[in-house]
Ligand binder design. Structure first.
Ligand SMILES: Nc1ncnc2c1ncn2[C@@H]1O[C@H](COP(=O)(O)OP(=O)(O)OP(=O)(O)O)[C@@H](O)[C@H]1O
Length: 259
């Protein structure tokens, strides 16, 4: 039987008078790639912010591996195995590509402060392991040849891929991707689709993604939820979503017109 890794039950979030997310529920089975789509302002990013502790739900529960995480700090949630990328990139633009990944990789590793400053073998070994792991992640994302570049010098599409490598460096089981294909051309987004599948398999991930590129969403996702004004208006397989009249009216018609 499939086991659910993330269970969100009737989560609602008010911002003063505004109901940004209303009775939102989600069950993510291990290994799936799920999509969250909908018009601007529908509440998609708010869902990610609720899942990662940026906001505490007004009501409802969020369970990761059966543990209640609603309102916990991001570092606690990361240590429980959830990582995310952001719609607006959050790279350290003055650090190299490799160092960006190394900084993220440190989050779940503690080789000890004293071992670090004394240069003890345990730290050296740990550091070597981290570098190898970071390089492997860069290779997975097709960025290894850019390891020594300043991340701020990378083309936008590569910066988005670096954000994914950084999220992976924390060792997640659940990965949240906020518009991973934004700003990519059709060839790049096609490659990204393949890469996301490969990393899902390689790292045994469960993935939830927000995306406006309907080619990516329809090709990649096993299940899709559609949000409109904070409410789920449809949920199902890509083929069901594509032909759902309410979804076409609320979103897909517009998305197609803007494509
Ligand atoms: N911190 C906040 N304070 C007040 N209102 C907020 C806050 N964050 C989001 N909102 C409001 O909540 C609603 C949902 O916004 P959200 O950013 O989640 O939508 P979205 O679906 O991610 O949109 P987009 O596709 O444009 O990123 C919007 O009306 C937004 O203005």
């Amino acid at each position: 039987m499939a086991s659910s890794i993330l269970e969100v039950d009737k989560v609602t979030k008010y911002f003063r008078g505004l109901k940004a997310v209303s009775d939102y529920s989600l069950t993510l089975e291990k290994g799936v790639i799920a999509g969250l789509i909908g018009p601007n302002g529908a509440g998609k990013t708010t869902v990610f912010n609720l899942l990662t502790g940026v906001f505490t739900p007004t009501s409802g529960t969020i369970r990761l591996h059966q543990q209640d995480i609603a309102g916990q700090r991001l570092d606690q949630i990361v240590s429980l195995g959830m990582a995310r990328t952001f719609q607006n990139l959050r790279l350290f633009t003055k650090l190299t590509v490799l160092d960006n990944v190394l900084v993220a990789a440190q989050i779940n590793k503690d080789y000890g402060f004293w071992a670090a400053i004394a240069g003890l073998p345990s730290f050296k070994k740990g550091e070597k392991d981290l570098r190898e792991r970071a390089s492997a992640l860069l290779e997975d994302m097709g960025l290894l040849h850019l390891a020594d570049e300043l991340s701020g010098n990378l083309p936008y599409g590569d910066q988005r891929k670096l954000e994914i490598a950084r999220a992976l460096a924390t060792g997640p089981r659940v990965l949240l991707l906020d518009e991973p294909a934004a700003g990519m051309n059709p060839r790049e987004s096609q490659e990204l689709t393949e890469t996301i599948r490969i990393i899902r398999d390689k790292y045994d991930l469960t993935i939830l993604l927000i995306e406006h590129d309907m080619h990516v969403v329809m090709n990649l996702c096993d299940n899709i939820q559609v949000l409109s004004y904070g409410e789920i208006i449809a949920e199902g397989k890509p083929a069901d979503i594509r032909s759902n009249q309410q979804v076409i009216e609320a979103y897909l018609g517009r998305a197609a017109a803007n494509a």
